[in-house]
Design a protein around this ligand. Structure first.
Ligand code: 5GP
Length: 191
């Protein structure tokens, strides 16, 4: 999506460790007009799919997913991170390794909000190694729900996540795919 690529070029900051900071329009301050354009693009890309729920993970996916859910006219559920959980029957749980912090989180979704009747669109801000998405896929599977697709704002195409997800045969639509980036600020997008 051209508008997102241009915004990354203009306002993205590349940090060591292959981290792209997009704090001025996604991860701290949020550009809702841009999110609306992104949501419309996913609506077009997933047209015809019987999506009745949007799923994301806290915290940074929530803003985008909320705007997407309005576009699809569905509820949005966010998986909650917690450092220690009581294993109970009320929640689906999994573990996710955080790309940005290195820590492993327990992640939960209440059984009340995800079940076999759900056709889910997963939304997140970044795709790097795919840990966050693999965890969300596990939760959807545990719920007996169906994954209709995954929408990612920024995929770092030089990391393994995209290939892992596509190998599963899931429709993955990343609106900007970074082929390479370096700390001098040079970014190459996949055509
Ligand atoms: P993965 O689980 O695919 O390795 O990483 C995805 C998660 O890590 C995303 O939910 C995002 O919050 C965070 N993340 C991964 N790479 C970046 C990055 O370059 N910049 C930012 N801001 N977040 C990232």
């Amino acid at each position: 999506m051209k508008a997102l690529e241009e915004r990354i070029r203009k306002d993205g900051i590349i940090r060591e460790g292959n981290v792209l900071k997009v704090d001025s329009f996604i991860n701290h301050q949020m550009d809702i007009r841009l999110f609306e354009e992104m949501a419309k693009e996913w609506k077009r890309l997933f047209a015809g799919k019987p999506i009745n729920k949007v799923l994301t993970i806290e915290a940074s996916g929530i803003g985008i997913a909320a705007i997407v859910a309005r576009e699809f006219d569905t509820p949005v559920v966010f998986a909650k991170k917690s450092k220690s959980i009581n294993l109970d029957d009320d929640n689906y749980t999994t573990k996710i390794q955080s790309f940005t912090h290195g820590r492993v989180y327990d992640v939960i979704v209440s059984r009340k909000f995800l079940g076999p009747e759900d056709h889910v669109l997963i939304i997140d801000d970044f795709l790097a190694n795919g840990c966050a998405l693999m965890g969300l896929l596990e939760l959807v599977e545990a719920a007996g729900a169906t994954v209709e697709g995954i929408g990612i704002a920024i995929e770092k195409g030089f990391q393994q996540g995209g290939a892992l997800i596509r190998a599963k045969g899931i429709q993955l639509e990343s609106l900007a795919i970074i082929e390479s980036m370096d700390e001098s600020g040079k970014i190459v997008f996949r055509e």
